[in-house]
Ligand binder design. Sequence first.
Ligand code: BTN
Length: 243
Amino acid sequence: MSEPTGFGRPHRHLRRTDSTNERARGLVAAGAPSGTVVTADEQDAGRGRHGRRWSAPAGAALLYSAILRPLDARHRLLPLAVPLAVCEAIESLAPASCLVKWPNDVWVDERKAAGVLIEARPPDWAVIGVGINLSISPEEFPPDLRWPAASVGHGAEPDGARRALDAALGRWVEEGSERVVSEFERRDALRGRRLAWEGAGEPRDGSGVAAGIDEEGNLLVQAEDRRIALGAGEVRLVSLRQR
Ligand code: BTN
C-alpha cells in the first residue's frame, strides 16, 4: 500500500513563468516526487481547458500545479475530486459557498472563481493545474470570458490559498469514489438546469436537462425521452440556463 500524497513538499515558487503546468511537466520529466507543487505570481502562457488561455494580473490569483504520481484505481475520479478540494480550500479562506459546474469549474454566487486543468499520462503521472481568482476586480477580467467570473475576496492571498489547497488536495485525491460522487452531487451546480453541449455523445450535439453524474463521473442529461451520459474529456457545454 503506497503512502497518501502530501502536497507542497517540495514547493517551488516562481515570480513569472510561462505556465505552472508546463513547469510541473518539466519537473515530472526530471523525476520530481509526487506532491511537488509549483506556483507563480504571474504566467505569460497560462493554459485553460479546451486549448483556451488563462490569464490573471500578477499576485491576484493562486496559480498552482501539483504533481501526482503514479496514478492507480484510487485516482479514477481525479477530475471530480480536485474541484471538491478547491471548494474546501476557498471556503476555508472566505465566507463563501462553492458549487461545481461539471466537470471542474468552481462557482461562487453563480460566477466562476476557479478552474482546473489536469494534464496526465496514466498510469505514470498527472499534473493538477488550478487557478483561483483571489483579488481580481471585475474590470480586470478579460471581456471575452465564456462564463461570468468572480474573485474569492475577503483578503485571501496566494500563500494562504496555496497552503489551504495543499491540505485539501491531500484529503481529496485519494478519497473513495462513493464519497467523491456523493460530495459532487451535493455541490452540483448544473442539476436541473437546461444546457446544450457539443462534441460528444450520440447525437454529438444536443440539449437537455442536467440530471447528476454517474459512478464514472460522466454528466447525465435527460434529453426528451432518453438519458445520455457525456464524458468530460470530449464534451463542451455551450449554454446554460435555469430550467
Ligand atoms: C479552465 O478553467 O479552463 C482551467 C484553468 C486552469 C488554469 C491554471 S493556472 C495554474 C495552472 N497553469 C496553467 O497553465 N493552467 C493552470
